[in-house]
Write a protein that binds this ligand. Sequence first.
Ligand SMILES: C[S@@+](CC[C@H](N)C(=O)[O-])C[C@H]1O[C@@H](n2cnc3c(N)ncnc32)[C@H](O)[C@@H]1O
Length: 208
Amino acid sequence: MILNRIEKFLMNNPVRAAFQMHLEARRLMALGGPMGGGRALEVGCGRGVGCRIVLDVFGAGQVTGMDLDPDMVRRAGERLAGYGDRVRLYAGDVTDIPEEDASFDAVFDFGILHHVPDWQKALSEVFRVLKPGGRFYAEEALEKFIRFAPIRWTLDHPMENRFGHRDFIRGMEKAGFRVLDNRPTVGEWFGWYFAEKPGAGVRGKTER
Ligand SMILES: C[S@@+](CC[C@H](N)C(=O)[O-])C[C@H]1O[C@@H](n2cnc3c(N)ncnc32)[C@H](O)[C@@H]1O
């Protein structure tokens, strides 16, 4: 679902960028650690701040950013022009990712699946495009947040088939992931998650 004007303003400003860089990225890093090279996909990349974090903070060699909204992809293209062929961007739907099976070392979700009516299908697509041993880093807004009255009145989110903290963990497990760490906020309004696609041998957290 494309953002309404209010949420687009909330996403496309320097305060949001600072929050994403200094809080969200740090929490995901604490859960999963850096990538140390490799190919990453950011689903719902918005205006491209997350792609920059994936390259400069998590250490991906290359990042593909995709978003349902072509205007967001255009903004991301302007922001990331200096990265040359380390960045690839396109408009697309996370429930039907136009990528080969097992083609990414990591997938990043900075708060998009709560906008997706069939978020379970999105998780199975994320699982499909990851290599065995590939990592899934996710930050999500949870049901209690999107049902909170002032949020409901101002922002547009799908209201059917929503997920709370436990539902999201179960959804990842059902898609095939091994969920290795998670951190909900107080009140379970938001959550941070780190999961792995099994298949490349069992890794302990300290080995990441
Ligand atoms: C809350 S914004 C987050 C944007 C960015 N990740 C950030 O953290 O600033 C959600 C983004 O997901 C995108 N989006 C919504 N539904 C999507 C879908 N089905 N597939 C891909 N992107 C989608 C929206 O266009 C929007 O850019």
